[in-house]
Design a protein around this ligand. Structure first.
Ligand code: GLA
Length: 273
């Protein structure tokens, strides 16, 4: 029998670099997806070497593992968390959602070497279509809110790719003051109108510059986007050092070459006999 797990990626609206210091964040799951297929019958290990290491670390049996991913790698859309969660869910299909998040974080720390927080995993596992999650990382409380119709997001590639484990993400220090201000922005964002949300996104980008996790190439693109007609706000998204720029647009035809981000529900597991 084959077991397939389809895992979405995630957008984090606001609340960046807050998860590992007990702060707040406001993500939602979205397309594109990653799909992992495993044979439930034991055989020899076969597949990509890193995927097999993750699979073994999660307690998986010797088998064939196949991963197909549309999620761009190293671009702040949680490709690593999607992979680790997919593996954890394929190993143990009845695991509790929060346990799956913690287990996926553990294998990411151990095998991929990124000391990530729980933002990406929770965003994906607790996703609800057309909703964003408000996550409080002090007590792991999660609430869901409808995404307002006038919050229209697009993603623009900064052109800078990176593996977070190769950046200073793991040694990020003195983030408490940043987190305090970012938490205040998250609280304002929850029921902000789109114009106000745009301003908060711009402020967050400035705070990421101050935190030392951005760079001049990304900043130049962000600045240009912020000045573009119909753009309400723009900021680098995810761990930083490159990756995707999240853009809040006032209309679908702003930045016409980029599609609107489409929200998704949680991972879906399927068994094929
Ligand atoms: C990466 C990490 C998350 C989080 C963000 C920054 O996506 O995997 O845990 O720290 O960076 O908000």
């Amino acid at each position: 029998m084959l077991r397939k797990v389809k895992v979405p990626s995630r957008v984090n609206i606001i609340g960046e670099h807050t998860d590992y210091v007990g702060g707040l964040a406001m993500p939602f799951a979205c397309s594109p997806y990653l799909e992992i297929t495993v044979d439930t019958n034991p055989s020899e290990y076969s597949g990509d070497a890193t995927v097999i290491d993750l699979w073994k670390c999660a307690g998986g049996w010797p088998t064939k593992i196949h991963v197909e991913s549309e999620i761009p790698i190293g671009k702040g859309m949680s490709s690593s968390a999607a992979l680790c969660l997919g593996i954890v869910l394929a190993v143990n299909e009845s695991i509790e959602p929060m346990d799956a998040c913690i287990e996926a974080q553990r294998i990411e720390h151990e095998i991929l070497g990124t000391n990530c927080g729980l933002l990406d995993q929770i965003a994906i596992m607790f996703a609800r279509k057309n909703c964003f999650s408000l996550i409080n990382f002090t007590n792991l409380e999660i609430s869901q809110f409808d995404i307002p119709h006038d919050w229209k997001f697009k993603l623009v590639d900064s052109g800078v790719h990176r593996a977070l484990s190769q950046t200073s993400y793991n040694t990020q220090k003195n983030t408490n003051e940043h987190a305090k201000q970012e938490n205040a922005r998250v609280e304002l964002a929850i029921d902000a109108g789109s114009v106000e949300l745009g301003k908060l996104l711009n402020e967050t980008h400035q705070s990421l510059i101050d935190l030392g996790v951005s760079n001049s190439i990304v900043n130049k693109s962000v600045e240009e986007l912020q000045k573009t007609d119909g753009v309400l706000g723009a900021r680098m998204m995810g761990g930083g050092f490159g990756g995707m720029i999240l853009v809040l647009v006032s209309r679908e035809d702003v930045l016409p070459s980029e599609p609107l981000v489409i929200s998704s529900g949680p991972p879906v597991l399927e068994e094929i006999i």
